[in-house]
Design a protein around this ligand. Sequence first.
Ligand code: NAP
Length: 239
Amino acid sequence: MSKTALVTGASSGIGRAIAIRLAREDYKIIVHYNSNLKGAEKTLSEVSKISKHAHHLLQFDSSNYEQVETALKDIEVDVLINNAGFHKDAPALLMDNASFQKVIETNLYGAFYLSKLCGKKMLLKRAGSIVNIASLAGQTGNPGQANYAASKAGLIALTKTMAMELGSRGIRVNAVAPGFIETEMITEVPGLEAMKKRIPLGRFGTANEVAGTVAFLVSEDAGYITGHTVSVNGGLFPT
Ligand SMILES: NC(=O)c1ccc[n+]([C@@H]2O[C@H](COP(=O)([O-])OP(=O)(O)OC[C@H]3O[C@@H](n4cnc5c(N)ncnc54)[C@H](OP(=O)(O)O)[C@@H]3O)[C@@H](O)[C@H]2O)c1
């Protein structure tokens, strides 16, 4: 029987690439989005071309526990990819409290809510795999991104802790920390061309390269890997 994967933030960028890649691995895909219905429908159409499983859309704001809980009520997944995230940058001393809070709530609380609600159902089956999409910023810090970097560092700690708690129940929890990946998200990052010169592999990464790493982590080939954060960053600031 085919397995089900929920990919949050699958209406664009890395999330869409992960959804498509996991569809190729024969997963039934739940395509999550928040505001971009058109983008989510495009992802759904792409995954539906790959297999005839009953893929479907799911909407919620990951920072809102009630919305997440209601949306997940009748949903059981084998694989959860916590990819939804956003950034709102400013120097820490000038950052308003609402921006700090919203980024942490979306990127970190959201992943916690989903992992808790999906994890409880995985527990009953004594099987499951969770992958959290963190960031290089969470490993190194990044000027102008105190909120974002803190949310992603928190995600890495959440990954390690939940891996320790759930390993004995057959559930693996890992993270992927992308560096600079060519998506909409990085188009506003200042000094991009200068940054490219500092990347040992001399280029930005692709969403497909992140998706391939996720596919490996949820596969049986990674069956003895848990609590790990895989850097996909072209060799920038190796960790
Ligand atoms: N691109 C990079 O270089 C890079 C590097 C490191 C880490 N990452 C991480 O990779 C993940 C995907 O990034 P991306 O580059 O693919 O960005 P993206 O194209 O902007 O996609 C972000 C996704 O997150 C969803 N999202 C945003 N706020 C949400 C909320 N409040 N509730 C639920 N979903 C929400 C968006 O949904 P809607 O559009 O439907 O609202 C969208 O599907 C993020 O976690 C990001 O931090 C990206």
